[in-house]
Design a protein around this ligand. Structure first.
Ligand code: FES
Ligand code: FES
Length: 239
């Protein structure tokens, strides 16, 4: 019998023993912990709870700090860590001169560099449409496009769609028709609807369903979203 077969046989025979021992040890430890806590009285139990809560909030804080650090790292890539390029973009009507790492997607540029977090990251793979923005009036999935490819372009995100305090008619229609639940997909749905109107291809309800199929809504608010798009289309045709 080869060494390998010996090894496999040993693991096969010992595995149930190791498994049972681990379960038994954990159970005993857990029982002892409970018994100790119980024996030491109410004050001890309260203290223990407080300690656990402190640990939880500490780890939450550490999580936030780690996330912040990661974001700062992304926004401050020095030329020594990644190749960068200077680009100029008109974002929501304002000219922006930016130095970005060449691999930065439009979505990361908006969210991590410019803190325009209205555009959502869902799948980051072009599957959900949560990141839809208007690029020179056309709807695109910003997660699939590199920022450096769009030097000199004009970008409109959900933050730039309303006119001051006055909502865009499509935004207003979403509110009136209650076309969202959690709202995570809504910025993408709104940008996509405006892009669809600009394209002028949708004529029927089936066209709307087909041409909006790139925007997924996990809450399933589709029936009201379709009503909104239909109304927005009719309004644009009558205007
Ligand atoms: S995040 Fe871009 S398509 Fe899902
Ligand atoms: S409203 Fe929740 S994902 Fe669309």
């Amino acid at each position: 019998m080869t060494l390998f077969r010996h090894l496999a046989l040993t693991i096969k025979c010992c595995y149930p023993y190791f498994f049972l021992t681990t379960v038994a040890t954990t159970k005993i430890r857990y029982k002892n912990l409970l018994a100790t806590c119980w024996r030491k009285g109410k004050a001890h139990r309260k203290n223990r709870c407080r300690q656990l809560l402190c640990n939880l909030s500490l780890s939450e804080k550490q999580g936030t700090t780690t996330r912040k650090n990661k974001r700062n790292t992304m926004a401050n890539h020095s030329p020594t860590t990644a190749p960068t390029e200077k680009i100029s973009l008109k974002i929501n009507g304002a000219e922006q001169q930016l130095t970005v790492a060449t691999w930065t997607s439009l979505l990361d540029l908006l969210r991590e560099y410019l803190h325009l977090t209205g555009t959502k990251k869902g799948c980051d793979h072009g599957q959900c449409g949560a990141c839809t923005i208007l690029l020179d009036g056309k709807r695109v999935n910003s997660c699939l496009s590199l920022a450096v490819m769009h030097d000199g372009s004009e970008i409109t995100t959900i933050e730039g769609i309303a006119n001051g305090d006055q909502l865009h008619p499509v935004q207003q229609a979403f509110v009136e028709h209650d076309a969202f639940q959690c709202g995570y997909c809504t910025p993408g749905q709104i940008c996509s609807t405006i892009g669809l109107i600009n394209e002028g291809k949708a004529k029927t309800l089936d066209d709307i369903r087909d041409l909006m199929s790139g925007n997924i809504c996990r809450c399933g608010a589709y029936s009201n979203i379709v009503k909104v798009v239909q109304e927005a289309l009719e309004r644009s045709q009558n205007a």
